[in-house]
Write a protein that binds this ligand. Structure first.
Ligand code: SF4
Length: 482
């Protein structure tokens, strides 16, 4: 996934009004140093970009959405796969050609020599989550101007996502050592944020009008292990740094809470009742990566997929509506045809709702590169095609079951053709959509009841069954916080 600053609107709302103040702000904005950003990679990198922009905005920098207007351009890179690195290098080249004053940060920043070998003119290179170093590099290139008006930042920080949804990062790093992955090398071991800090951030987001919070990290279910589940105080009570307790508390905010990157530890079972009770969305994004015990062993992932199938059955007994999303890698070194067939059979049993699939790609520095049994590219492609075709049938059948049901749908976009939204079963950018053809009188962020009348492989179509209250009566869209 690639997110570029270009098409996004970074215009900031100034909370002060009145003609004199507006004139003053306009004058100051003219002289404020301006920063542009190109944000590449996963939602975790997007949250890093938001933190950097929040800090710069707090210091009086103006965030601009074009290369021309920027005094300096930040490129937040992705270094997960070689193809992502190539894309990062291209984005740096584009920013250099269009603007010339470029600071590089993010995952690929851990390899400054590789960047400078291609782009010797970048002004600075900083690594992943080195917020201080990025901000310092910006100061060097274009010093901040202190101003009490321009220093005002919305309390929820600067967000690169639309106003009605946001990513909430609960920890950094990972204690696993999957052989295909260099993230622990880039980002280090697990470091969790205290529960109260996360909950206060979530509360600010909800008050600012965010209606859906996506909980992210490298390993969401491991949250708090490094803190030994220490308690911190929120709303006058102690909350443990543990995923179940954190989710129960997030469930009090009255917004959709969606969990991503959940490793299937046994205690994940505790989350299912919270989903059944409607406290958090019945949606689990679990990157299983494979099903064959031999491949999982080579990947250094837990191998007991039989038990996982049993657990999936139990989860569906407790919460029949649960949506399961996962990602898989085909063509991992040593993957045989029987291993791959095992995976296809497992998928048939598991009946997952949403599946993403990657062809194995060697990442520089990953231990998997040294494994024997490299799978030829044409075999990888053939397995990828077979897996996607098999899953498409499963996904189509599962979506068809939704025809006739009425679902809550959060509207993301309204254009001349109609409105486009998502149900609880669809995360933004990676899952499907619910299309409301011809419905043009809704707004992004509206939550409407939709009766589903058509389904295809990935998407649904429906008719509005119940509209949100008229805007005047609705007043502020922010959630009610006790
Ligand atoms: S759990 Fe995820 S982040 Fe951690 S090593 Fe494995 S693939 Fe990488």
């Amino acid at each position: 996934m690639r997110q570029r600053a270009g098409p996004r609107d970074f215009l900031l709302r100034m909370p002060l009004g009145g003609p004199d103040v507006s004139r003053y702000i306009r004058a100051m904005k003219k002289s404020a140093p301006k920063v542009g950003i190109v944000s590449l990679g996963c939602p975790k990198a997007l949250v890093d970009s938001e933190r950097i922009l929040t800090r710069l905005r707090a210091e009086g920098y103006e965030i601009v959405s074009s290369y021309d207007g920027a005094d300096v351009v930040l490129v937040n890179t992705c270094g997960f796969l070689d193809s992502a690195k190539q894309e990062s290098l291209e984005a740096i080249g584009e920013a250099l050609a269009e603007n010339g004053r470029v600071i590089v940060t993010g995952c690929m920043g851990a390899e400054p020599d590789a960047i400078r070998a291609v782009h010797p003119n970048v002004l600075a290179v900083t690594g992943p989550h080195q917020y201080e170093a990025v901000v310092e590099a910006v100061h060097q290139v274009v010093p901040p101007k202190h101003d009490p008006f321009i220093d005002l930042v919305p309390p929820q920080g600067i967000k690169l996502t639309p106003r009605h949804y946001a990513y909430l990062k609960i920890s950094e790093g990972c204690n696993h050592r999957c052989t295909f992955c260099i993230i622990p090398h880039l980002r280090g071991d697990l470091v969790s944020r205290p529960a109260a800090e996360i909950l206060y951030e979530a509360e600010r987001l909800a008050l600012a009008g965010v209606r859906e919070i996506m909980v992210i990290s490298q390993d969401t279910s491991a949250y708090g292990v490094d803190l030994r589940h220490a308690e911190s105080r929120w709303r006058g009570r102690a909350i443990k740094a543990r995923i179940t307790e954190l989710c129960a508390a997030l469930g009090e905010l009255g917004v959709w809470v969606r969990l991503h990157y959940v490793y299937p530890y046994p205690h994940v079972d505790e989350l299912i009742p919270l989903m059944a009770e409607g406290k958090i969305l019945p949606y689990l994004d679990i990157p299983f990566q494979h099903a064959s015990p031999a491949v999982l062993k080579a990947m250094r992932r837990p191998a007991n997929q039989e038990k996982v199938l049993e657990r999936i059955r139990r989860w569906r007994d407790i919460c029949p509506d649960i949506t399961l999303r996962s990602t898989f890698i085909v063509g991992f070194p040593g993957e045989t045809e029987p291993d791959f067939q095992f995976l296809l059979d497992w998928l048939e049993e598991a009946q997952l709702d949403r599946v993403g699939c990657f062809k194995y790609e060697a990442v520089a520095g990953a231990p998997a590169n040294d494994l024997p049994g490299a799978v030829p590219e044409e075999v990888k492609q053939e397995r990828w095609d077979r897996l996607m075709a098999a899953q498409q049938k499963i996904s189509t059948a599962r979506l068809k079951r939704k025809i006739g049901r009425t679902l809550d749908v959060l509207i993301d976009e309204v254009n001349a053709d109609g409105a486009v939204g998502r149900s609880y079963a669809d995360a933004p950018e990676i899952d499907g959509n619910v299309f409301l053809d011809g419905v043009t009188d809704l707004d992004p962020g509206d939550l409407v009841k939709v009766t589903i009348d058509h389904a295809e492989e990935y998407d649904l179509w429906g008719t509005v069954a119940e509209r949100p209250a008229p805007r005047r009566a609705r007043g502020q869209r922010g959630a009610k916080i006790a």
